[in-house]
Design a protein around this ligand. Structure first.
Ligand SMILES: [Zn+2]
Length: 472
């Protein structure tokens, strides 16, 4: 945390309305330093303080995207035909994903990721955690530069302006006790020491690129217990503490396989054998027993929910209402990028829970003594934002010392016309056909203006070129 600087020391921006965890400031005044970090947040200009910019509308913190496989953006819309052979689910979708993954080269990955990150920014995400396992060339040959594909992601983040955390992912097996399949060879590190060398090789170049380094274990199916422990030891040896992410309990099949192979359901196994705490993010965690749900909620770990992907893959519904009542922390991710927006993901999340419980406003908390805690939009937004601890920081956003990441909602957009601060987030997140995002700031830089990313034309051309090469 940096101490607030003197009045007028940085760039001062005045907003008609600015959202903070404690309530809306109308107006809100933000002071930034030259590095794009927040110096102070206030409700008025101090004497002698001049605002360099002044904006109408509703400014809210940028949302962190806690789970992305950027390359899968190229697959969206290509897997929606029923399979004649079997029931369609994540496992049948995965065949199509492997076919695509087998063809993507470094330049393709960079173009697809930059485009996916641009779309995320245009729809309110300002940081992304990239769960990255496309390490090697097709067939498993090593690139001359060990971190080639990770560094392509950093280049894509640089081109788009999004804040990036790369999570190099340890992937070793096709299932418990099984060797990797042919199509998985480019994901695989046969020795954990080799994976540890990748982490070490990435520390400096990612820091130079302004990106964060975390560590992911693909799943308890793909990483054996001894390998998981070795990878955690490698993570502990990094110069900066690395957030830890893992896919878990996305399907019933996965739960049954882990229970048969390791003697416990996946989340229970992690609770008992590894110990979960605030450093951990569990991606999906869809199928939980009651004791797993309570254990996860009490652990301080984040559940990364990916509502659109989980719906499109037919995974099931996370027990959000009970988990929330137990104080569990959660966040959202776009995973396979069926949709890439804050509103789309939170709307799907809320709709799924309403359908499951046959009631409305399922997250409203009448005991909080705060009218905002009764509003679904406010609740969804504030609770998902708290999951930014997936990036290894506290949940605070737009607070001194943090990245200046924010989203300005257009008060003249059809979704927001006639609203005020009471209902602005309900209207943005839960109504309307068009996204109300007008401007987006990432680390102090406006990267979306008038609803369009500043590099939209060139990033879209590069994306189209990559897709023609891959599918043309
Ligand atoms: Zn995933």
């Amino acid at each position: 945390m940096s101490a607030p600087g003197p009045v007028g020391a940085g760039r001062t921006i005045r907003f008609q309305h600015l959202w903070t965890p404690a309530g809306w400031l109308s107006p809100g005044v933000l002071v930034l330093d030259a590095a794009g970090r927040v110096v102070s947040v206030g409700s008025r200009l101090e004497p002698g303080q001049v605002a360099q910019e002044s904006w109408r509308g509703y400014a809210v913190p940028g949302m962190p995207n806690t789970h992305s496989h950027a390359f899968q953006r190229a697959l969206a819309g290509r897997t929606e035909a029923g399979s004649p052979e079997s029931e369609d689910n994540l496992w049948t979708w995965r065949h199509a994903m492997y076919r695509l993954a087998g063809r993507i080269g470094p330049a393709h990955l960079e173009a697809i990721a930059a485009f996916a990150y641009m779309e995320m920014l245009e729809h309110g995400f300002t940081r992304v955690a990239e769960f990255h396992y496309l390490h090697h060339a097709p067939g498993g040959q090593r690139y001359a530069e060990r971190g080639e594909m990770s560094l392509r992601l950093a280049a894509a983040a640089g081109a788009s302006g999004i804040g990036l955390m790369v999570l190099p992912t340890l992937y070793a097996h096709a299932g418990i006790g099984l060797p990797p399949a042919e199509q998985q060879l480019r994901f695989v590190h046969r020795e954990v020491s080799e994976f540890a060398r990748l982490l070490q090789a990435l520390e400096q170049p990612l820091a130079q690129a302004g990106a964060q380094l975390g560590v992911a274990l693909h799943s308890l199916r793909a990483v054996a217990p001894a390998e998981l422990r070795e990878a955690l030891a490698a993570a502990a040896g990094l110069r900066r503490p690395a957030p830890l992410h893992i896919h878990v309990s996305e399907t019933r099949h996965e739960v049954a396989e882990v229970e048969a192979g390791l003697g416990a359901r996946p989340v229970q196994w992690l609770l008992d054998q590894v110990g979960l705490d605030h450093r951990w993010t569990l991606v999906h965690a869809t199928h939980l027993s009651e004791s797993e749900r309570r254990g996860l909620a009490a652990s301080g770990a984040v559940a990364s929910l990916c509502p659109m992907t989980e719906a499109m893959l037919g995974d099931g519904l996370f027990p959000l209402v009970a988990y929330q009542q137990e104080g569990g922390i959660w966040a959202i991710g776009t995973d396979s990028h069926y949709a890439s927006g804050v509103a789309a993901e939170l709307r799907m999340l809320e709709c799924g829970q309403r359908l499951a419980h046959a009631r409305r406003n399922v997250l409203a908390d009448p005991t909080a003594g705060d009218a905002r805690a009764l509003r679904s939009g406010e609740r969804l937004f504030a609770l998902a934002l708290a999951g930014s601890r997936s990036f290894g920081e506290s949940g605070a956003a737009l607070a001194p010392g943090h990245r200046a990441d924010l989203v300005l909602l257009d008060p003249d957009s059809p979704a927001l016309v006639g609203h005020d601060t009471t209902t602005a987030l309900d209207a943005w997140l839960l109504s309307g056909a068009a996204d109300a995002v007008q401007q987006v700031m990432s680390a102090g830089v406006w990267v979306v203006k008038d609803g369009r990313h500043v590099a939209r034309a060139s990033l879209t051309r590069a994306y189209a070129r990559a897709l023609h090469e891959l599918f043309g």
